[in-house]
Design a protein around this ligand. Structure first.
Ligand SMILES: [Zn+2]
Length: 294
């Protein structure tokens, strides 16, 4: 059993490493190429920031730009290689105990037309990520990991993927349950959603004054998300506001939306953010040990 699991683990790591490499060398069609897709989206949003900046004084290479660039590729590729083996082993163990995806499914979206499949999949997963995000703010141990993302002091597109590697793990349980509720089904075109969420996530963190007018009640946007990163929170929302990932509708429905003004000139961070180490290496282990100073 142990040898078998080890074998699965190693094969999976090699498989994911090969997948990442095939992305980089263009062995994967461009429409499904995560490496070049992420790079292209980043260049487009960055160019938009430079042409139409919201905070005009912000430098092109803002504070921590390169740190965030490292995070972007680390979280997207290096980490996925390291962790994928572990997930496959866990999934394998689940299956050997006869827990199949169908066991807890509530609807079978495989029967629906492709557009409906994509929309249901997207709404369910976005809601579960909203729940996870709110939990990261409320549970002290999780919040210590999430502080890395909230240590952004100047907001720009690349801040989107500055997050502690533990978040990849913390987001996983609810995502997996979501997929199980939908009968273990991941639409064939799910990559469209992945790219859409990267685009919206990049824009949400960008230096662009966008709120999409009436659509702001549905779609998360830079004006709303900047307040998610506000240093000073309103008294009635001491754990945070605007937890939306791609959609803002959950914050409006559950009364955690807060956008008092749109100048873009607010102090970012959290109380105690001066304790956050500035180097990537030290941030990797941040959260595992309680910090001494408050
Ligand atoms: Zn947050």
């Amino acid at each position: 059993m142990l040898i078998e699991l080890l074998d699965i683990f190693i094969n999976n790591i090699i498989g994911t490493a090969k997948w990442v490499l095939s992305n980089i060398v263009f062995d994967v069609p461009f429409s499904q190429n995560y490496f070049w897709g992420l790079t292209l989206i980043s260049l487009i949003v960055w160019s938009a920031e430079l042409c139409f900046p919201w905070r005009k004084q912000q430098a092109a290479f803002r504070h921590d730009f390169w740190l965030d660039a490292v995070y972007m590729y680390f979280n997207f590729f290096i980490f996925s290689i390291m962790i994928s083996g572990i997930y496959t082993v866990i999934t394998h163990m689940f299956y050997s105990y006869d827990v199949t995806m169908q066991a807890i499914s509530i609807i079978d979206i495989a029967e629906f037309n492709p557009v409906a499949q994509l929309l249901i999949f997207f709404f369910v997963l976005d809601f579960l990520q909203w729940v996870t995000h709110k939990t990261l703010h409320k549970v002290p141990l999780f919040w210590r990991f999430h502080q890395v993302h909230h240590s952004i002091k100047e907001m720009g597109f690349a801040g989107h993927l500055r997050y502690h590697w533990m978040e990849n793990i913390l987001y996983k349980p609810l995502k997996t349950i979501g997929v199980m509720l939908l009968g273990g089904f991941e639409p064939e075109q799910a990559f469209i959603i992945h790219f859409f969420t990267i685009v919206i996530g990049h824009i949400n963190h960008s230096n662009l004054r966008l709120d999409y007018g009436p659509l702001r009640y549905i779609l998360n946007n830079p004006v709303m998300h900047l307040y998610h990163h506000a240093y000073t929170l309103p008294k009635e929302h001491r754990y945070g506001v605007n937890f939306g990932i791609t959609l803002s509708v959950w914050d409006y429905l559950f009364k955690s939306a807060y956008v008092p003004e749109k100048s873009g000139q607010i102090k970012l961070g959290y109380v105690g953010d001066n304790n956050m180490p500035t180097s990537f290496g030290k941030q990797l282990v941040h959260g595992f040990f309680k910090c001494s100073k408050k």
